[in-house]
Design a protein around this ligand. Structure first.
Ligand SMILES: Nc1ncnc2c1ncn2[C@@H]1O[C@H](COP(=O)(O)OP(=O)(O)OP(=O)(O)O)[C@@H](O)[C@H]1O
Ligand SMILES: Nc1ccn([C@@H]2O[C@H](COP(=O)(O)O)[C@@H](O)[C@H]2O)c(=O)n1
Length: 139
């Protein structure tokens, strides 16, 4: 484990890359709280979309999903997405994970989610939990 020393004036983003259920969210939230940063769990984008479009055939309707993603490029939507996923019942959370995994197989959908992440994190002071296999490097 290694770390960096931050001065009060430095504005950076912190990325935490690790496997599913390894503790990214738990650790990320603690760090964000300590530094007064905002935590972003990239998985919520996949879960939110997976659940919202669960009844759609992803392959034929993916332009609808891409359009929806383009409308989400605003940081203000982050709270809405987080709240939606936080309020999932256990069953909904489980289902959203299954649907998220299907969405994550689509390059265009991953690109669109990565583009939102780039947009949001142009502003600094975010802690981002992600999986390196699907999330491109943040600027
Ligand atoms: N240090 C720890 N010891 C034991 N359990 C932990 C620890 N950290 C996290 N957990 C538990 O492990 C589970 C997964 O943790 P968390 O959601 O933080 O991981 P994650 O990597 O963000 O998962 P995901 O990839 O699904 O988003 C949670 O139930 C959490 O309470
Ligand atoms: N950067 C990411 C994050 C998530 N996924 C996919 O979404 C599923 C749900 O994510 P959780 O982190 O909430 O478990 C995950 O199992 C992946 O299929 C992804 O592809 N890339």
């Amino acid at each position: 484990m290694s770390g960096v020393l931050l001065t009060d004036t430095e504005e950076i983003n912190i990325a935490i890359n690790s496997k599913t259920a390894s503790g990214k969210t738990s650790v990320g939230k603690l760090i964000a709280e300590k530094l007064h940063y905002q935590f972003i769990d990239t998985g919520v984008f996949y879960r939110y979309l997976g659940f919202k479009f669960q009844s759609d055939n992803f392959k034929t309707n993916f332009y609808k999903i891409i359009d929806h993603l383009n409308n989400l490029k605003n940081e203000n939507h982050l709270d809405e997405i987080n709240t939606t996923v936080e309020n999932f019942s256990k069953e909904e959370y489980f289902l959203s994970g299954k649907k998220a995994a299907i969405l994550a197989e689509n390059d265009k959908i991953r690109e669109a989610i990565n583009s939102i992440l780039h947009e949001i994190t142009k502003k600094k002071e975010f802690v981002v939990g992600f999986e390196a296999s699907t999330t491109i490097r943040l600027r």
